[in-house]
Design a protein around this ligand. Sequence first.
Ligand SMILES: C[S@@+](CC[C@H](N)C(=O)[O-])C[C@H]1O[C@@H](n2cnc3c(N)ncnc32)[C@H](O)[C@@H]1O
Length: 268
Amino acid sequence: MPSEAEAKACCADLYQSDLAKLVMGDTLHPGGLGLTNKLGRLMGLKPGELVADLASARGESAQALGRVFRCSVVGVEFGAEAVLHASNSAPLNSRARFIRGDAECLPLRSGVFDAAVCECSMSLFINKAQATAETARLLRSGGRFGLSDVTIEPDSLPPELEGELGQVLCLTNALTSDGYIRLMEEGGFTVTEQVDASAEIIKILDEVESKLAAFSAFRQMSGAATDASPALGGQLERSPELVAKVREMVGAGKLGYWLFVAEKRPER
Ligand SMILES: C[S@@+](CC[C@H](N)C(=O)[O-])C[C@H]1O[C@@H](n2cnc3c(N)ncnc32)[C@H](O)[C@@H]1O
């Protein structure tokens, strides 16, 4: 059994790998920057506000929020390489900066942030209640929390999507939409908006399918070894079947992607 720190490092390594970039693109969540901006609009982000991006990966969302809403963004990410990449690729006039840290123990001051976003990452956090409490701690009273994540119905994950693959796809420890709402309400927030963006999973599946087909064709042409992706344990060969499975789950309403906006309640 890996320790919590090892599990977090392993998860970060998967997401900062070239394979993750190849399969998912620059943003590591369904809907890309379009959905990030939609979340920012729902949260009513304003110029000059101070915003935290929890689990900011390579920094694409934080940069976009700074550009579009002209707010200052601090991205916090567990993966050191991803933080380095985000910092090095930020333009000189960037409104975003990046630090390494754990969303369950944020290296940020209490009560000074106007808003926090967390995209496709709460599902991965080992201690979700702790991460939610940390988010509440850094926000001022009335501060907004924008959460977007994978939702999954209990006991609906098929065996072929368990293990590392389920982890990479944020499926293994995802909650139901009611589960995220409960998490936020119990963590000191009042949920004000919830939006179903599950159609974005279908779009990402279409893209992943065509990328994987092109990758397989390239490997066949170049005679590359069959297991070029140790991180996914040779699942590449089975990818059409797995993609079909995920598609089926979305169609059956067992898997989804939701946006939530919540407001921090005043402390008593
Ligand atoms: C699916 S990616 C999403 C990244 C980004 N928010 C986006 O939407 O593009 C999940 C990210 O969460 C990070 N992560 C996982 N556990 C973390 C933790 N406890 N603290 C900080 N980052 C974490 C991973 O390293 C990875 O970059």
